[in-house]
Design a protein around this ligand. Structure first.
Ligand code: PSV
Ligand code: MN
Length: 430
């Protein structure tokens, strides 16, 4: 089943096709001079997939305000519809990462049926112990898995175990745990005792993992705690993952580091120690997920993929990271941002495939810093857009996704079926 009019996309594609074929042929000729077969890259682009975060389909907000968009989804079923649109346009987002309890439903088979009807799968299940739910018996105000109060910790553990159960019904294979636990004042929290409590709670969750599941821990250096967080950085993250066991790995959210952190090196370390669980892709200037993937630091994103492609090239054991987006869209249509972002991540991947690994290794071994850096830069500087567009075209997705999307008038038509609840909250962060 399709959400967008396939004929409209096809009509647009036919309009663009002649130009695309010319650009594709020219790029193919250029690549072949370097011994690279364009078809291999197009095949890789067609196989590349990145998950959409269910929560990213709604308009985000800041602590100051949220400005809801026209026709935005009001529940998980409507989010699935928008995820279908994103995949129909991009051809590289065939899965959804859900967040509970935001996406909770009483009948998961109904949810599975809805996603199946659009050919969408479910991947990593995210728990939420950073917010109290109505009627909750103990509070997360002072943390969840590391809370000083047993009742809060138990509630958080149980919620994560429940998330695994929901995920099992949807066919997911991993649980992503991010906690807002931390402190806002020096002295407020005993660092070691808080980490001990966190680990003891996480052990209980780990015990509940099915054999073929992984648990992914996400670190973040700030917010909602602004002095210290319990899983502050990749160091605390990998320590916890190592403590818990082989099924526990670290998840890298690009927005969760101090400015200028060398994220690609962190990725390399995690790969080396078989601890890279996955990614939340986004971009940021000041912190967190405030910008779209690749919109500000495309070279950093490319360098991360350079490590990932290298790991693949070297057949690094137990290397199978999950790719997900995690962005807050405050001023754009989330569908447009997610389509663009998925394609930008795919672009970094394809560019990293162009790097001549053996040439790079020999420059590195010869300590030829200039040629090594040019090897990377030359790949990054090449415009691979025709490859991405051709991969989309061959899958029936859109050569020019935003042009087709805008022509479809999706938000306008959808807004009629999704009248806004006048009592819905106007603020909040997502
Ligand atoms: C926290 O900032 C985070 O990156 C985590 O992944 C959460 O699950 C998500 O954003 C939604 O708040
Ligand atoms: Mn995240």
């Amino acid at each position: 089943m399709k959400r967008l009019n396939a004929e409209l996309i096809e009509e647009h594609n036919q309009h663009e096709l002649a130009d695309l074929e010319r650009d594709y042929a020219a790029l193919g000729e250029k690549l072949s001079r370097n011994g690279i077969a364009i078809e291999k890259l197009t095949q890789a682009a067609a196989e590349f997939q990145i998950a959409v975060p269910s929560w990213g389909t709604g308009t985000g907000g800041t602590r100051f305000a949220r400005f809801p968009g026209e026709g935005e989804p009001r529940n998980i079923f409507e989010k699935i519809e928008d995820c279908a649109v994103i995949n129909e346009l991009s051809g590289c987002t065939d899965s959804i990462s859900p967040h509970f309890p935001w996406d909770w439903v009483s009948d998961f088979s109904e949810l599975k049926q809805a996603s199946d009807s659009y050919g969408l799968k479910w991947v990593s299940v995210n728990s939420n112990t950073f917010q109290d739910q109505p009627g909750q018996t103990a509070t997360y105000k002072y943390g969840s898995l590391s809370n000083t109060q047993k009742a809060s910790r138990e509630l958080a553990i149980q919620h994560n175990l429940d998330c695994i159960e929901y995920g099992k019904q949807l066919g997911a294979k991993s649980l992503t745990v991010w906690v807002g636990d931390g402190s806002n004042h020096p002295g407020q929290q005993h660092f070691q005792r808080a980490f001990e409590r966190y680990l003891a709670s996480a052990e209980e969750i780990y015990k509940g993992l099915p054999d073929d599941w992984e648990m992914h821990l996400e670190h973040k250096m700030f917010e909602p705690a602004f002095y210290s967080t319990v899983i502050q950085d990749w160091g605390s993250n990998i320590l916890a993952a190592m403590h818990l066991g082989p099924k526990c790995k670290s998840l890298v959210d690009l927005g969760h580091h101090a400015p200028n952190t060398n994220i690609e090196m962190i990725v390399s370390r995690l790969i080396q120690f078989k601890k890279l669980g996955g990614f939340h892709f986004n971009d940021s200037k000041y912190g967190d997920d405030d910008l779209d993937s690749g919109s500000l630091h495309p070279y950093q994103q490319f360098l991360i993929f350079n490590e990932l492609v290298d790991a693949d090239y070297r057949n690094q054991p137990e290397f199978n990271p999950a790719y997900m987006l995690d962005q807050s869209h405050n001023v754009t249509d989330p569908i447009e941002s997610l389509v663009n972002s998925a394609i930008e991540v795919q672009r970094s991947y394809i560019k990293a495939l162009i790097v001549d690994r053996e040439a790079l290794y020999s420059h590195q071994d010869a300590n030829d810093a200039m040629m090594a850096s040019c090897e990377l830069k030359n790949a990054f500087n090449l415009d691979v857009s025709p490859i991405l567009a051709m991969a989309r075209y061959r899958k029936g997705a859109a050569i020019e996704p935003l042009i087709s999307y805008r022509a479809a008038n999706y938000r306008k038509t959808t807004s009629k079926a999704r009248p806004r609840d006048p009592n819905a909250s106007g603020s909040g962060i997502v």
